[in-house]
Design a protein around this ligand. Structure first.
Ligand code: HEM
Ligand code: HEM
Length: 179
């Protein structure tokens, strides 16, 4: 980036990292409002889409997490303060953890209820827990709270990306868009 001071330039994410990030982002940004719609209106189609998309998120993470653990993120611009680097690191690993825990919880809770886990009307996913209504009820309470936690974290995550781009005018957002 010729128009940036050297300590503000930084390498971008690879195409693989960007594709995996934006697939996850689109699915999760559908998933949270879909979950809220289910509990408000009990719409069968949304119910099934929420479960199917949740299973897809889990499958994407089964590829993305091992890939990420073997491919470090590119270094941030040198002028980002240490506290902000630490906050970004904590946020990203928290999001990774929730991206695995939340769909697994939903799947276990649905299995324990027990209710079907359809995959886009094509076939049904197997139950991964035995019938236990009390456990199911408890896990759905946790599922709801983790959904809210994810929504709050994502407001911070997206807000930080927009702050970097529009207020600081650095390359942090561009690292994840054009690489
Ligand atoms: C409009 C929505 C979003 C924007 C603008 C955005 C932007 C970004 C940017 C710019 C980075 C790179 C930060 C850096 O260079 O340090 C990043 C990383 C990341 N984002 Fe997002 N993001 C969005 C949505 C999401 C969603 C919905 C999730 C999933 C819950 C998510 C999960 C992550 C994770 C886990 C990383 C860390 C990548 C890594 O270093 O391995 N993002 N995001
Ligand atoms: C990243 C993935 C997921 C996210 C972010 C997510 C998020 C949410 C949210 C925010 C709600 C609304 C909770 C409430 O207000 O009570 C919800 C409800 C629900 N989710 Fe998920 N979910 C995910 C994956 C899954 C999966 C994989 C399944 C099942 C296979 C599932 C099954 C359900 C069910 C059945 C409800 C309705 C619960 C009830 O009626 O109390 N979710 N989800």
């Amino acid at each position: 980036m010729a128009d940036l001071a050297p300590n503000r330039a930084a390498p971008g994410y690879t195409a693989t990292a960007r594709v995996l990030h934006w697939i996850t982002a689109v699915l999760v940004l559908f998933q949270i409002p879909a979950g809220l719609l289910i509990v408000s209106f009990d719409l069968g189609l949304i119910y099934n889409l929420h479960k199917s998309v949740g299973v897809v998120i889990l499958a994407v993470l089964a590829v993305r997490l091992p890939w990420r653990l073997t491919h470090p993120a590119p270094p941030l611009p040198a002028d980002i303060p240490a506290a902000q680097r630490a906050a970004a690191l904590a946020m990203h690993w928290l999001l990774y953890a929730l991206l695995v825990i939340q769909p697994l919880l939903g799947w276990i809770a649905t299995s324990a209820y027990p209710a079907p886990v359809p995959f886009f009307g094509l076939f049904e996913m197997p139950h991964i827990w035995w019938q236990d209504r009390a456990l199911s009820d408890a896990l759905f309470v946790v599922h709801r709270w983790l959904g809210i936690v994810m929504a709050v974290l994502l407001v911070g995550h997206i807000g930080a990306a927009l702050y970097h781009h529009f207020v600081r005018g650095d390359v942090v957002l561009l690292r994840m868009t054009r690489g």
